[in-house]
Design a protein around this ligand. Structure first.
Ligand SMILES: Nc1nc2c(ncn2[C@@H]2O[C@H](COP(=O)(O)OP(=O)(O)OP(=O)(O)O)[C@@H](O)[C@H]2O)c(=O)[nH]1
Ligand SMILES: [Mg+2]
Length: 260
């Protein structure tokens, strides 16, 4: 089954509204809320980026198709609007990655706990794409598909009061949390961020399951809270650049009154 996005900028121009030939992107532009801040999911193909986002936004795990280009959701968080960008992990879309990361306040570097190579790829292929992110960008390292290796993550999806599942995780875990934490340290070094003044590795490395929902809300909502200072900073900057036309009219009136 195909995953539908709130707004898919790549297909928007091809979609029609009410059979009139009005592109959705255009139709929505008047009512579309402006994002205050941007969060980006990066990582190799098949690690579960789209599934994580779909689990969080639609509260469901459904079959996905490999992402083409990228797409974003808009999430209202209190009075703020957060855009969450899903990117394609396939090599052929690699060139687009740095464009998606431009101005990002938080980046989720996603790997698959059952694939050591997916962790290696984060460092070798994806880290350099973050050069266009904000200077104070926050990084989370996320090991998805924990349901395949961790009984806690597998049980997270079972109905309350249901019998404990007979199934046991059967796939070998290839990436331990310590490996992810070590990568987090190297990410900070690469970004020239001071380890002491940055978020500690324990709070920035997550193991999740898009399939059962394990730690998915925790991941996104921890990051939303962490980017609030970026939102406030951006809003303050925007306000200081705003010219109040009423003020200017008053000033003109006063001046002309004074001279006449
Ligand atoms: N067991 C398990 N399978 C998962 C999980 N998340 C995703 N999958 C499966 O992994 C495959 C890839 O998931 P996607 O979400 O499409 O992966 P992606 O990272 O978006 O891949 P690209 O769009 O190609 O970059 C699909 O078959 C999913 O059903 C998970 O938490 N547990
Ligand atoms: Mg995808």
């Amino acid at each position: 089954m195909k995953v539908k996005y709130n707004i898919d900028i790549f297909s928007a121009s091809r979609l029609m509204v009410n059979k009139r030939r009005v592109p959705i992107a255009m139709a929505d532009s008047a009512t579309m809320k402006r994002p205050d801040v941007k969060l980006v999911l990066l990582g190799d193909m098949n690690v579960g980026k789209t599934s994580l986002l779909h689990r969080y936004m639609a509260r469901k795990f459904t079959e996905t198709v490999s992402t083409v280009g990228g797409a974003f959701f808009l999430k209202q968080w209190g009075p703020y609007n957060i855009s969450i960008w899903d990117t394609a992990g396939r090599e052929q879309f690699h060139g687009l990655g740095s464009m998606y990361c431009r101005g990002a306040a938080a980046i989720i570097l996603t790997y698959d706990v059952t694939s050591w190579q997916s962790l290696v790829e984060l460092e070798e292929r994806f880290l350099s794409l973050t050069d266009t992110a904000n200077e104070d960008c926050i990084y989370a390292i996320v090991g998805n598909k924990a349901d395949l290796t961790d009984p806690k993550a597998l049980e997270a999806g079972s109905e309350e009061g249901a019998e404990p599942s007979e199934r046991r995780p059967s796939v070998r875990k290839q990436v331990q949390r310590e490996d992810a934490m070590a990568l987090y340290g190297r990410v900070l070094k690469y970004k020239l961020q001071d380890e002491k003044s940055s978020q500690p590795a324990e709070s920035m490395c997550f193991e999740t399951s898009a399939k059962t929902g394990y730690n998915v809300d925790l991941l996104f909502e921890t990051l939303f809270d962490m980017v609030l200072p970026s939102i406030l900073k951006k809003r303050a900057e925007n306000n200081s650049h705003t010219v109040d036309l009423e003020d200017r009219r008053d000033a003109k009136r006063t001046r002309s009154g004074c001279c006449s």
